[in-house]
Write a protein of this length. Structure first.
Length: 224
């Protein structure tokens, strides 16, 4: 009877796990709520009240907390590094037997007591690395803060789930309002202190990762 209950509870838990299809959102890139846009209560009888202004001649580009902004990703980086190191050291030391009371001990023993020590050390190392990356596309982000100088802090996350895998594009940084064009779009190269991450999880991502046991042989702690 207990085994049957355990099987029922296990099946129920697996069913709940199977229903959780949406990936978890990273709170560091979560959007924020827009600022309170309700006008304050009137305190006097004037015709024009503070907070009731209507911006008839203002464009629709992002400028307030909670506004949306489109960032056009156009990142292309290339890096190349090459090193060639060689070192060598030769040393030689000769020691002769000292005379004892003016007599060479080698004559008494019949063997040469002098000694010579020599060492030779050489090291040669070469390394070369080439890396290039490219990322294009668009991502919509939200304004999370307005700095005292008028710059905007933005952040956002784009999640795409296909079959057994999910892809994430995360972006955060600081932009200037003057760099935003009329279509409410800004280039990723104009984002200061930018953090752009493209990653994924799921079955496809797991199969492309190296196992922990294989990483041991490539780690610096491996002696060979």
């Amino acid at each position: 009877m207990k085994a049957q209950k355990i099987l029922i509870i296990t099946f129920a838990l697996l069913s709940l796990l199977g229903c959780e299809t949406l990936p978890k959102r990273d709170p560091a890139f979560a959007p924020v709520q827009a600022v309170d846009l309700h006008p304050p209560k009137a305190t006097n009888g004037a015709i024009y009240q503070s907070g009731y202004d209507v911006r008839l001649f203002e464009d629709h580009t992002a400028r307030r907390i909670g506004d949306l902004l489109i960032v056009k990703l156009d990142e292309s980086t290339a890096a190349k590094k090459k090193s060639d190191l060689g070192s060598g050291k030769d040393s030689s030391i000769s020691v002769t037997a000292p005379n004892i009371a003016g007599i060479d001990p080698s004559l008494l023993i019949g063997k040469d007591l002098s000694a010579t020590l020599a060492s030779n050390h050489k090291f040669s190392g070469k390394a070369q690395a080439n890396q290039s990356n490219s990322l294009t596309g668009n991502i919509s982000v939200t304004v999370v803060d307005v700095l005292p100088n008028g710059n905007l802090k933005i952040r956002g996350e784009k999640r795409v789930t296909l079959n057994d895998g999910s892809e994430y594009i995360r972006l955060s940084g600081i932009v200037r309002i003057v760099d935003i064009d009329a279509s409410n779009t800004i280039l990723s190269s104009q984002v200061a202190d930018a953090t752009i991450m493209y990653t994924g999880d799921g079955t496809v991502a797991d199969t492309s990762k190296m196992g922990w046991f294989s990483k041991i042989f490539l780690s610096p702690i491996f002696p060979f």
